[in-house]
Design a protein around this ligand. Structure first.
Ligand code: SF4
Length: 219
């Protein structure tokens, strides 16, 4: 998903509470006709040698910071990760939990990321995910605390340009990744011109990475 990541590490697995309508993990489960288990610790992953000098995406297949994940699990995962000298990417749609002092995230080693598909909250798409505005506010707090912040606008959904830019600018992102729905989920997508305008405005204050799947809309 991100070219700078060396590998992914999934010490927590199972169904994600947020239940986004476009979730690729749910899509894979449906395609291969298996039932997603409840969230659980994958014990073997907590014995894995994570090496050193790597950039590792933690829990790419679920949401480590969803509100049904016990504090102890999160503390265990972060503690184990930090026992190896790597950099870590933590991505969640519930970044308010990043701000908890319970979790000893490291501004020196951890990159924090959230998804902002749009500025609007669309319940039928986002289901139990916190609204984009709350994600933006929480990430702003982490930026103020000195963390490197990355934003992923994927799958992009139609937006209000000025408000969306405000949500993104507030978090002082080092990078914004933009991609389109690759799962035919019938999302309300913005027109090509609007996306081009967004990208052009974003480039005035951050690095923008356009995912290949965006070409379907702005080719
Ligand atoms: S937050 Fe991520 S893993 Fe969870 S349902 Fe949404 S897309 Fe899937």
């Amino acid at each position: 998903m991100y070219p700078f990541v060396d590998w992914i590490w999934n010490p927590i697995s199972g169904r994600c509470l947020h239940n986004c309508s476009y979730c690729y993990v749910k899509r894979i489960a449906k395609r291969f006709k298996y039932e997603q288990a409840n969230p659980h610790i994958v014990e073997a992953e907590l014995r894995a040698n994570l090496g050193h000098g790597n950039t590792i995406f933690v829990c790419s297949g679920c949401d480590l910071f969803a509100r049904d994940i016990p504090d102890l699990w999160i503390k265990t995962v972060i503690g184990y990760a930090h026992s190896f000298k790597n950099n870590y990417l933590f991505q969640t749609k519930n970044p308010e939990r990043f701000t908890s002092p319970l979790f000893e995230l490291s501004a020196a080693r951890d990159i924090l990321c959230t998804t902002l598909e749009t500025n609007y909250f669309i319940p039928e798409v986002m289901n139990l995910s916190p609204p984009p505005e709350l994600r933006s506010i929480a990430m702003g707090k982490m930026a103020d605390a000195g963390f490197q912040i990355m934003i992923t606008v994927e799958p992009i959904i139609d937006f209000h340009l000025r408000e969306f830019l405000f949500f993104i600018k507030r978090v002082k992102p080092i990078q914004v990744n933009i991609g389109a729905d690759s799962g035919h989920n019938g999302l309300p997508e913005p027109p090509a011109e609007k996306i081009r305008e967004l990208i052009s405005r974003l480039k005035t204050f951050t690095r923008v990475v356009e995912k290949n799947n965006l070409r379907r809309i702005i080719a």
